[in-house]
Design a protein around this ligand. Structure first.
Ligand code: NAD
Length: 365
């Protein structure tokens, strides 16, 4: 298939691009490049990539594609709070516009990277399946709920949107994110010896490995329409339905000499949700066993030691990165790259090993 992959230079997109290419698809990326140079280890080889903002996509850009995998977004809660209006413009309005343009161009399948954050502050007893009430608590999550609803209105026999509600991702990607809970806690353990849990550790935060997400997108792309058309899927596995304190304990067992500190600060992040992942297993039988949090923590520990964590906060914490790009005039207040080339900031050796700018350590995506 000929697939347009938006957000192809992000954390998930970089891994998904490689997976879709390995599957034999013809992949074209689309990304404004906000984090293109935030790389850990060997630089990835990207597919041919349209360097553009999704707000500027035109009909001609979608010509000839069979499918779109839409990942580009202002993609976590602290970024979403930076400018809720811009978050709605990019995540909601531009996503729906992209889908309309794609449908008009004859694209038949539209995989949408949604999130389990749509369940928001759920009852701690419930295990939520795809029919559960959506209760988003942040502009980021609200934007995702709105897109799902508007894509549903576009669904018809020739256009199949699929809503992939990913759990919080973890694991190695050449374009790492340091602001998601497991990746963050392993880095914290390596750099400081302390696994700092800011909440009281009780929120449920289901996890999923980046390569398991890529596996699901790869399967859904070619699944029979009857299995996926206009359907939502929770993407993750029961084994990774964990509370934040459990995640911290996993990290402690992997990083020698580290210890857990549960601080119990009040947090604006009220999310807590346990999620039922059965539908995915039923509709896509034969998925390989999921990566566990332990395996992911070990993988990250190896990668962090091999490649080093200098400048961790500046390179891999999205909020810090964007604020720096804005201060340098490379990205404007609407989160548009202001120059034709990718925004690039030099790495600073003075800020080596800095974790200071990290905001909310228990982030989901
Ligand atoms: N990482 C997670 O834990 C997680 C969990 C659930 C859902 N998701 C969703 O998956 C998708 C990918 O997440 P990620 O972790 O790879 O995020 P990311 O921030 O690493 O990547 C997002 C990419 O989108 C690009 N982008 C942002 N605004 C753009 C614009 N206006 N035009 C063009 N490109 C733009 C950025 O440059 C970046 O490369 C997002 O939609 C996110 O909401 C992520």
């Amino acid at each position: 298939l000929k697939v347009l992959l938006t957000g192809s230079q992000g954390y998930l997109g970089t891994v998904l691009a490689q997976r879709l290419l390995a599957d034999g698809h013809q992949v074209v990326g689309l990304d404004s490049g906000l984090f293109a140079d935030c790389i850990l280890g060997e630089p990835p080889v990207d597919p041919p990539t349209l360097r553009m903002d999704i707000r500027d996509v035109a009909a001609a850009d979608l010509h000839g594609f069979d499918a779109v995998a839409h990942l580009a977004a202002i993609s976590n809660d602290p970024l979403g709070f930076l400018s809720p209006q811009t978050t709605y413009q990019v995540n909601h309005l531009a996503s729906v516009r992209l889908a309309r343009v794609a449908k008009a161009a004859g694209v038949r399948r539209f995989l949408y990277a949604s999130t389990c954050s749509v369940y928001g502050a759920a009852s701690r007893q419930d295990v939520l399946d795809e029919d559960a009430r959506l209760a988003p608590v942040t502009p980021y999550a609200v934007s995702k709920v709105r897109v799902e609803a508007d894509l549903h209105d576009l669904a018809d026999p020739n256009f199949s949107p699929v809503y992939l509600r990913n759990a919080t991702a973890f694991g190695f990607s050449p374009r790492l994110r340091g602001d998601i809970v497991l990746n963050d806690l392993v880095a914290s353990a390596v750099l400081t010896g302390v696994i700092m849990v800011r909440s009281d550790g009780t929120p449920w935060r289901p996890l999923v490995h980046v390569r398991d997400i890529a596996e699901v997108f790869s399967r859904v792309l070619v699944a029979p329409p009857a299995e996926v058309h206009d359907e939502a899927f929770n993407v993750g596995a029961a084994v990774n339905n964990l509370q934040v304190a459990d995640i911290a304990e996993v990290v402690r067992q992997v990083v020698p000499g580290s210890r857990v500190a549960i601080v119990g600060e009040p947090s604006p992040d009220e999310r807590s949700y346990r999620v039922n992942f059965d539908k995915l297993q039923t509709r896509l039988p034969g998925l390989p066993p999921s990566w566990t949090a332990e395996q992911g923590a070990a993988e990250l520990y190896d990668a962090y030691r091999r490649y080093g964590l200098a400048d961790f906060g500046r390179r891999f914490v999205r909020l810090t990165r964007l604020l720096e790009l804005q201060a340098a005039g490379q990205v404007d207040s609407q989160m548009r790259a202001t120059r034709a080339e990718f925004p690039v900031l030099p790495n600073s050796s003075a800020a080596a090993n800095s974790l200071q700018a990290r905001e909310i350590p228990e982030q989901g995506g």
